[in-house]
Design a protein around this ligand. Structure first.
Ligand code: CA
Length: 257
């Protein structure tokens, strides 16, 4: 296993920057050295330069199917010894990971909790190698914890860029997801009915329905769950008021380490 200093190097192949940001953060916090690649080509180059301790591999990449990349990585020098963990978004991808017995060490279905992914990474490394003690238990709290005043707030809205950060992590939002969350974030605690959200966020809401709002809330919640800090896995930022609508929770911790 290659090392950089004492930290196991994790190649993170993921084209969605929001997910990659979150995973890099939790991996670094847990004592790993994440190396992010947004394309298969980049991953092949990084792997050839220095085989990592483990690869986290998204199946849906822009330039190559994740399964194909998996085979190519395995064919590289040292590739067969490096454990690989798939990230999958669809059940048919999971069927392939399991059914084809590609030899991947594990998989995680999106959306997943960052904490769960780190636990899996740790488990695979423990099973697959007999490393120095420092590899099994990376020094905790590797990055220094900034003072509370510098920690990011629950939500930061950047209207010029149409971006929202959740505890400092940039969310990868569709246009309507952004529109809905922007309204909620601007008025924490205020209940928005489905009709209100349709009228304020959708251009032409005459052919949209309540379930359109519900579907977007569902994907928003999944993205927030994927970005939630590992130190607070049970946070639920969007409240449902049955038969009424949705509101941003007013009980969110102000900052999280
Ligand atoms: Ca992807």
């Amino acid at each position: 296993m290659e090392k950089t200093g004492q930290k196991p190097r994790i190649l993170l192949v993921e084209d969605e920057s929001g997910i990659a940001d979150t995973l890099q953060y939790v991996l670094a916090t847990d004592g790993f050295l994440p190396v992010w690649c947004s394309t298969a080509e980049d991953a092949l180059r990084q792997f050839a330069a220095e085989p990592p301790a483990l690869v986290v591999l998204d199946v849906g990449l822009p330039d190559m199917n994740g399964f194909e990349l998996f085979k190519r990585l395995q064919a590289l020098p040292g590739g067969a010894q490096v454990p690989m963990l798939f990230l999958t978004a669809r059940s048919d991808e999971i069927d392939r990971v399991v059914g084809l017995e590609l030899g991947a060490d594990d998989y995680i279905a999106k959306p997943f909790s960052p904490r769960e992914l780190v636990a899996r990474v740790r488990g695979i490394l423990r099973r697959s190698v007999r490393p120095a003690p420092s590899m099994v238990s990376p020094a905790p709290a590797a990055p220094p914890t900034p003072p509370a005043a510098l920690l990011p707030p629950p939500f930061a809205l950047d209207e010029e860029r149409h971006q929202i950060r959740f505890y400092g992590r940039l969310l990868d939002l569709s246009r309507y997801e952004y529109g809905v969350l922007r309204l909620l974030v601007q008025r924490p605690g205020r209940v928005f009915t489905r009709d209100e959200l349709l009228a304020k966020v959708w251009d032409d809401h005459s052919d949209s329905f309540d379930r359109t709002v519900d579907a977007h809330i569902k994907t928003l919640r999944a993205k927030l769950k994927a970005a939630v800090p590992a130190s607070a896995p049970d946070i639920e930022p969007i409240r449902t008021l049955r038969g009424t609508g949705y509101a941003l929770s007013e009980d969110l911790p102000e900052t999280l380490a």
